[in-house]
Design a protein around this ligand. Structure first.
Ligand code: AR6
Length: 172
């Protein structure tokens, strides 16, 4: 059983890597990005400056600094424009490329927020369905892949994930 669900703040998780829902500058912002930078400390921004941004749908890793997590994998979700501008493929790519970075770093445990469902306005149900489907697919293709935790910031989001995950997971 490699898919898990928790409700809460991703910055508190003791995992090998947490994923950040960043923007293409990788220089911080609001939402989960702001929370991660505050918790990690200024060294995180300093390392992010050396990465020179990241295209939408891709992912780049840094150290976790003052976080309990060893690494932060920064990915850039698509802004929702109604679904006709490649948003589903770009969102799926965020999960896939983040997990690829995690494997490269030998991470055994990875936690994801619900990428794009805040400021970027991706509809939560559709975004969660892509998150779960893409992570399942990755684990089928990579049986050595990490344990994956979906971190929901609200009870509403947790209910959506719980329904998608069904019997597959135990909730913390
Ligand atoms: N832990 C877990 N989930 C959280 C936390 C947290 N501490 N804080 C918020 N969320 P958002 P996006 C949830 O807006 O839509 C930033 O300014 C939140 O409830 O953080 O991908 C970046 O710099 C929502 O479900 O990310 C970009 O400019 C989810 O995380 C832009 O926002 C994502 O919400 C990215 O927008």
């Amino acid at each position: 059983m490699k898919l898990h669900l928790v409700t809460g703040d991703i910055t508190a998780l003791e995992v090998d890597a947490i994923v950040n829902a960043a923007n293409t500058s990788l220089l911080g912002g609001g939402g989960v990005d702001g929370a991660i930078h505050r918790a990690a400390g200024p060294e995180l921004l300093a390392e992010c400056r050396t990465l020179h941004g990241c295209p939408t749908g891709q992912a780049k890793a840094t150290k976790g600094y003052r976080l309990p997590a060893k690494y932060v994998i920064h990915t850039v979700g698509p802004v929702w424009h109604g679904g006709g501008r490649g948003e589903p493929d770009l969102l799926a790519s965020c999960y896939r490329t983040s997990l690829t970075r995690a494997l490269e770093l030998n991470c055994r445990t990875v936690a994801f927020p619900a990428i794009s469902t805040g400021v970027y306005h991706y509809p939560p149900q559709e975004a969660a369905a892509i998150a779960v489907a893409e992570c399942r697919r990755f684990l089928m293709e990579h049986p050595d892949g990490p344990e994956i935790t979906f971190v929901c910031f609200s009870g509403h989001m947790a209910a959506i994930y719980r329904q998608l995950l069904g019997q597959e997971t135990e909730q913390a």
